[in-house]
Design a protein around this ligand. Structure first.
Ligand SMILES: Cc1ncc(C[n+]2csc(CCOP(=O)(O)OP(=O)(O)O)c2C)c(N)n1
Length: 527
């Protein structure tokens, strides 16, 4: 009988867990894992480890499934750390399998070897390990899978010395189904239902946790039944309520005073699938007191650190379904007025650009965003209407996510058009992911908003009293030439009247296409 190695056993397990699409960047410490790559496995190569992880993160969030990442020992993991942090904040269930030098060389701190490998990605992994013995590798990966996929989901890390993969093993693999979500404690639910029934003007604040679970249709049903106004939580990394719905009230800002004044007319706020709250800037404490707050979340840390409110620990979908069954119906609130279409002026304003994208976007499109100083314009003029994965952005604030994430999203959802809208600065951190998009012929449209600066840093820096701040002027990047060199089709837009026809021509492209748009260098103040 042929010998069964740790590699064979691991592949049995990966097949059972549906982890046959692997995002990676290889080195010698990974060869023994990759050798004789099975035909039923797909290896997606990205040319930098930060891109590998962000791509896998986009794929995991868009499929709502755990995803395997393969990184190169210490150096590869080091390159990836920024987006491991992102995956942690995005609650992306990534299983990061890193190569490690041969066990017998480790005492000599060998070339490429990782010292304290399991500690390197901490604290931004939920669990981390280098198994004590080769035959423990499959069980470590099974455990990693169950930690990554239990709410709150997040990345996990397993370091495997290269000589482990050829070791013979007779241990059976233990493959169990993913562990499901959990419903609220009945008495906590009673309290929340009573508060909701007693309120006159309730608000629901939704965060990425709702769309993470595919629970947006349930949330819409709940909001309609209880007549709540719905707000998007600050910097939400997914769209969890259709933004053209008459009960959609708007986007909360990541600043205490602005946030409190937005919620002033409500007598109860129920935050679902988001922290209460994420802030970006501090301009002092709010003088407006917050309405009574309930916080529904699966994450004990989110519930523990909240400054106010009653915590209800549950995964969002089960909590929403339970509320739907129990809460009393109420009339819909009055709708908010919508903004007018911005003027077609050159230099093109971000508001105008977003409004044009909104007009030409196919119905089932997925928008991936990373335009830091234009987030408000995006929200004002490009309402996301989809109730399933219509929008992805980065929860950590770590730039360089949007471009590779769009590639992962496109691999995950070949049925949907993916449009990535990126600042010139943001697009450069992981620009090599364009090559992966071209290799896989992905129908992604990358729209670069080029204002030739790090505007968000400049604007927020000036608002905080910074003067003559260096390092905020960009410019001189030939995006079409760069994209062409990586295998993309390209277009350029300088005048307002050219934007719509150029996008209409680019969007149906079945290959990746980069549209370089020159944008007004003087966007409005943030927050
Ligand atoms: C990895 C990383 N490095 C630096 C920053 C700081 N930062 C925040 S916004 C920003 C500018 C981004 O420029 P661009 O994408 O052109 O958008 P703009 O601000 O001009 O709208 C920078 C550098 C960050 N958030 N993440």
């Amino acid at each position: 009988m042929a010998t069964r190695t740790v590699r064979d056993a691991t592949r049995e397990l990966l097949r059972d867990l549906g982890l046959t699409t692997v995002f990676g960047n290889p080195g010698t410490t990974e060869i023994a894992f990759l050798t004789e790559w099975p035909d039923d496995f797909t290896y997606v190569l990205a040319l930098h480890e930060a891109s590998v992880v962000a791509m896998a993160d986009g794929y995991a969030r868009a499929t709502r499934r755990a995803t395997l990442v393969n990184l190169h020992s210490a150096g590869g993991v080091g390159h990836a750390l920024g987006h491991i942090f992102t995956a942690y904040r995005n609650n992306a269930p990534l299983i990061i399998l890193a190569g490690q030098q041969t066990r017998s060389l480790l005492p000599d701190d060998p070339f490429l070897g990782a010292v304290e490998a399991a500690n390197f990605p901490k604290p931004y992994v939920k669990w981390s390990c280098e198994p004590a013995r080769a035959e423990d590798v499959p069980a470590a990966l099974a455990r990693a899978y169950h930690v990554a996929t239990q709410a709150p989901m997040g990345p996990v890390f397993v370091s495997v010395p290269v000589d482990d993969w050829d070791v013979e093993t007779t241990k059976p693999i233990v493959s169990r189904p993913a562990i499901r979500g959990f419903a609220p404690d009945p008495s906590a639910l009673d309290e929340l239902v009573s508060a909701l029934d007693a309120a006159e003007h309730p608000a629901i604040v939704v965060g990425a946790g709702v769309d993470d679970e595919g629970a947006v249709p349930d949330l819409v049903e709940l909001a309609e039944k209880v007549g709540a106004g719905v707000w998007a939580s600050p910097m939400a990394a997914r769209c969890s309520f259709p933004e053209d719905h008459p009960q959609f009230f708007g986007f909360l800002q990541p600043e205490r005073k602005a946030l409190a004044s937005a919620l002033i007319d409500h007598d109860l706020v129920v935050v679902i699938g988001a922290p209460a709250f994420i802030y970006h800037v501090y301009r002092g404490e709010s003088e407006i007191s917050m309405p009574p707050l309930f916080l529904v979340n699966a994450d004990e840390q989110v519930l523990a650190r909240a400054e106010a409110g009653t915590g209800v620990r549950a995964t969002p979908k089960l909590a929403i379904r339970a509320l739907l069954e129990r809460a009393a119906p109420r009339e819909a609130p009055k709708s908010r007025t919508r903004l007018e279409k911005p003027a077609a002026v050159t230099p093109i304003t971000p508001s105008f650009a977003y409004s044009v994208i909104s007009e030409v976007l196919p119905d089932n499109a997925i928008v991936v965003e990373e335009t830091p100083s234009h987030r408000n314009e995006l929200h004002d003029h490009l309402p996301i209407k989809s109730t399933d994965s219509g929008f992805f952005t980065v929860a950590s604030g770590t730039l360089g996510y949007g471009l590779p994430a769009a590639v992962g999203v496109a691999l995950a959802r070949p049925d949907r058009k993916v449009v990535a809208i990126l600042g010139d600065g943001s697009s450069m951190y992981c620009v090599q992911a364009l090559w992966t998009a071209a290799q896989h012929d992905l129908p992604v449209t990358f729209v670069i908003f080029d204002n030739s600066q790090y505007a968000a840093v400049r604007i927020l820096g000036e608002a905080a009293g910074g003067e003559k701040v260096p390092g905020v002027d960009l410019g001189g990047i030939d995006f079409p030439a760069l994209a062409k060199s990586l295998g993309l089709e390209t277009s350029v837009v300088e005048k307002a009247e050219d934007l719509k026809p150029t996008l209409e021509a680019a969007l149906p492209d079945v290959r990746p296409h980069l549209v370089h748009v020159r944008i007004d260098a003087n966007p409005r103040t943030l927050y």
